[in-house]
Ligand binder design. Sequence first.
Ligand SMILES: NC(=O)c1ccc[n+]([C@@H]2O[C@H](COP(=O)([O-])OP(=O)(O)OC[C@H]3O[C@@H](n4cnc5c(N)ncnc54)[C@H](O)[C@@H]3O)[C@@H](O)[C@H]2O)c1
Length: 412
Amino acid sequence: MLYYAACKAAETVVYLSRKIRIGIVGAGFIAAAHYDCAKTVYGSDFEITGVTDIISQKAASFAAERGINHFGNFTEMLAKVDAVDICTPPYAHADNILEAANAGKGIMCEKPLLGYAPDKKDWDDFNGMETSKELMLDVISKKTNAVYDAVKKNNTVFTYFENFVYTPQVQKEAEIVKKTGAQILRMTGEEAHKGNHAAYSNQWKFAGGGSLISTGSHPLGAIIYLKRVEGMARYGKPIRPESVSARIHTLTKCKGYDDKGFLRCDYHDVEDYGWAHVVFEDGTVGDIIAGATVLGGINDYVDVFAANHRTRININPVTLMETYNPKGAQFDDIYINCSITTNEGWLKIGMDENWLFGYKAEMQDAIECLEDNKRQPISGIELAADTIMAIYSGYLSSERLGQEVKIEKIGG
Ligand SMILES: NC(=O)c1ccc[n+]([C@@H]2O[C@H](COP(=O)([O-])OP(=O)(O)OC[C@H]3O[C@@H](n4cnc5c(N)ncnc54)[C@H](O)[C@@H]3O)[C@@H](O)[C@H]2O)c1
């Protein structure tokens, strides 16, 4: 981050460089990955100053393991940093974004932008599946507008950590779309696995929903991003999502579900399968699948069907390296692949997943933007807002058994 000191005597302006200080909120799974990725960022002068967590012991041990500070709460940390890295569950994102933006700080925010949670006084009896989705969409619209306005009003450098966007594969497709002036007619995308690792994610009040928001936000983010890229290249303005039809189901609660112990199935009030059909402003479409009932590792892809080309983007699994292991025990201390449940037989090895999944690139982009303060990240508040509005419009559609719902365009 640059700031200047006027040297009045010499009547010159001297630019001094100052280390960017970043504070992490939420000392869990993704915070650890962010910290590792920050270590790989090049060409910028910055530090991870410290961390805070609602469970102070978690912040303390995260900090001690990495030799950084831990802070008692978010407000205390905010005063000591230039930017915050929001790694909490979705229910907590909006308040931290508003506080940081209004304090003039930079923001990195994990997906999704935010989530619906009731007032704290109503938490005990809350059931997300049984709550009106019209009410939820109304609240999400107000919150998204508030967050969007705060970020814009304060000229906040806001990076939306949608890692699909930052994968080398999606970036390569973005280059093809831009350089060939491609028109994307339809896309199909998916993220699915055997169930989210995070304990909180089986409850709507923390996660803001189930598969549709938790895993569906990834392929949705990617397809909305690619249509933005197409729009900028062809018309100088993004092509945005216009409407959505969606369904959600909790398959592990179906009649006679046969639990063999491989899939997570302790869902309190969220779905473990979601499907959404998005229609864009230009009449083209994208279909996404989101799920937590898939074995064989995390299932991440985006297929692009354009008028001038066709791309299959494999994010995971990929076949950079395949190994046959006849006996599991041999590989007990060898990392195989994200969410895989066996280390026997033919194995698709996950290579440098922080790179492959786009985690390193999103951190690089966020920190470069904080430093140079002139350009905005490739994944910003606009993408975050369109994605969350598509998701909650999708929840309303599902409540109406798949009826099409118009998506409000935040920011006009
Ligand atoms: N991009 C990806 O691939 C990816 C993967 C996993 C998680 N995520 C996202 O990262 C975020 C966190 O997920 P996670 O898997 O790291 O969860 P986690 O449960 O491992 O960690 C969350 C941490 O936040 C803390 N926390 C909860 N409420 C808080 C509050 N109000 N204030 C401060 N700390 C609070 C918890 O104590 C916990 O330590 C979510 O938004 C999730 O969607 C993204």
